[in-house]
Design a protein around this ligand. Structure first.
Ligand code: 8YV
Length: 304
């Protein structure tokens, strides 16, 4: 099966593919015109829409390197008989770990502390309540979206003695915490963490009104998608000093507003939720397994 890929994917599984070519820039320009014979497209952070699909008349599979597939027009693919796969499951632990790293970093002010030491300001730290944060176990965690990643976060939170509240699409109760309507959860949580996919329904799910429901001093963690939050409204809340945040994702990546970069009460990361060696290799394994399944006419491993 002739494969076209955004780039070489990390890990040994990639070498199992025989016939791979690489895009020459972002889609659709990166195709350089019509590409007959290409049956599988392996994409990393690429927008896949009708314009690109028009240039790939023999395409049968779009294999997304990532769990979230908000950049792929799945409906348009379906209409053309092109299957779409993603890489769920294998990155749950890595994303949950980074979520926790951000919770700890924000609540215990780890990044500010690092800057404090580097600036040579340590000598008088008992003189003022420098760098005093909040206990992790004293905090209530609100998990918006108790799916696979949200559940992995909940298990970590329980090990840290946090009280866990959650929202989820399915109505059945989970023993990982207490279910709440979203607005109630936001009003009660000291730390809110987002684990919903980006869809039309979740775009700006945390708008200005909902951000205002968070208690003073609360902290918002986002390792999901930037556009789940109204970034301008969040910026206003952060600039006023009312909220704190740990953000791995942004509304218009890789752009991070200058105003946000200047704020000490936000810890920022460049979308590294799945960025561990083991997880990235496992994601490649899934991409390759889906391509090999499509080539052999077997059922896809993780179809969207
Ligand atoms: C990135 C992610 O997609 O899985 C997801 O949804 O956001 C990440 O894993 C991946 O790093 C490629 O950009």
């Amino acid at each position: 099966m002739k494969v076209l890929a955004s780039r070489r994917l990390p890990g040994p599984a990639w070498d199992e593919l025989r016939d791979v070519a690489y895009l020459d820039g972002p889609l659709p320009e990166g195709l350089g015109g019509e590409r007959r014979g290409v049956e599988a497209l392996a994409v990393v952070g690429e927008r896949v829409e009708a314009g690109s699909l028009d240039l790939l008349p023999d395409l049968r599979l779009v294999a997304n390197y990532g769990a979230g597939y908000d950049l792929i027009d799945v409906e348009e693919c379906r209409r053309r008989g092109v299957a779409v796969t993603n890489t769920p499951g294998v990155l749950d632990a890595a994303v949950a770990d980074l979520t926790f790293a951000l919770i700890l970093a924000v609540r215990r002010r780890v990044v500010e502390a690092d800057g404090f030491v580097r600036a040579g300001r340590w000598a008088h730290h008992w003189a003022e309540p420098y760098l005093v944060g909040g206990d992790i176990g004293a905090a209530t965690l609100g998990i918006v979206g108790l799916g696979n990643i949200g559940s992995a976060v909940a298990r970590r939170a329980r090990a840290f003695d946090m009280r866990v509240l959650y929202t989820r699409r399915r109505s059945e109760e989970s023993e990982l915490g207490e279910q709440r309507p979203l607005d109630d959860l936001l009003g009660e949580a000291d730390v809110v963490t987002l684990h919903v996919p980006l869809t039309p329904e979740t775009t700006h799910l945390l708008d200005r009104r909902r951000l205002a429901l968070l208690p003073d001093g609360a902290c918002l963690i986002n390792t999901a998608r930037g556009q789940v939050v109204d970034e301008d409204a969040l910026l206003d809340e952060l600039a006023s000093g009312r909220l704190r945040a740990g953000l791995d994702v942004f509304a218009h990546e890789p752009h991070v507003p200058e105003r946000l970069r200047a704020l000490p009460n936000a810890v920022l990361a460049p979308h590294i939720g799945s960025a561990t060696k083991e997880t990235r290799s496992a994601m490649t394994r899934l991409v390759v397994d889906n391509i090999l399944a499509a080539a052999a006419g077997r059922p896809l491993v993780t179809p969207v």
